[in-house]
Design a protein. Structure first.
Lengths: 114, 111
């Protein structure tokens, strides 16, 4: 079965600085999707960014970007110019193309220090 | 556009009482539907998923059950709640090519 590992239970960053959250995954598939979700204190799960494995270009979404290393099975999230509203739990997730199941990591709690 | 509704937002129930959480999706047809549970400060545990009406896959044997009586309706139930059923429950939908879209969640406290 596929596994998703987030090795950083907690991270902190100064406001306006940059932080990188790590995620690794294990799969034998060649075609899949990777996601980063944000869960603020309201606990609503919000999609931050999505990456298709067949795309070599790293996805970006405003201040959020990923470093996708397919061979290393690594999918890190970089948050630039961190804002107080970025404080949340962040989950990395994996899905094979055509599969019904999503696999989530255990999450990284991000604190933004004013 | 697609929307997902989940209710109630908060629920306090005594041990031994029944449970019914409902989730509906609008703006799409034949979605995959999911129920997740999240303990405080923890990750998401997949409880059930469904690929069609009446088709339920259970990931974790437990005190809960799920049903899909209509294409865009997914219900999480229990006949008798346990203290250990307390948690945050999230409904989600997706199709074969999208991310999962989540409802706002239900905070269940069993007392």
């Amino acid at each position: 079965a596929q596994t998703v590992t987030q090795s950083q239970p907690e991270m902190s960053v100064q406001e306006a600085e940059t932080v990188t959250l790590s995620c690794t995954y294990d799969t034998s598939e060649s075609d899949y999707y990777l996601f980063w979700y944000k869960q603020p204190p309201s606990r609503q799960m919000i999609l931050v960014i999505r990456q298709e494995a067949y795309k070599q270009q790293n996805a970006t979404e405003n201040r959020f970007s990923v470093n996708f290393q397919k061979a290393a099975k690594s999918f890190s999230l970089k948050i630039s110019d961190s804002q107080l509203g970025d404080a949340a739990m962040y989950f990395c997730a994996y899905r094979s193309v055509g599969s019904n199941q999503f696999y989530f990591g255990t999450g990284t709690s991000l604190t933004v220090i004013p | 556009s697609q929307t997902i509704h989940q209710w109630p937002a908060t629920l306090v129930q005594p041990v031994g009482s029944p449970l019914s959480l409902e989730c509906t999706v609008e703006g799409t047809s034949n979605p995959n539907l999911y129920w997740y549970r999240q303990a405080a400060g923890r990750g998401l545990q997949l409880l059930f998923y469904s690929v069609g009406i009446g088709q339920i896959s259970s990931e974790v044997p437990q005190n809960l059950s799920a049903s899909r009586p209509q294409d865009r309706q997914f219900i999480l139930s229990s006949k008798k709640l346990l203290l250990s059923d307390s948690g945050f429950y999230l409904c989600a939908w997706g199709d074969r090519y999208t991310e999962a879209f989540f409802g706002q969640g239900t905070r269940l406290t069993v007392v």
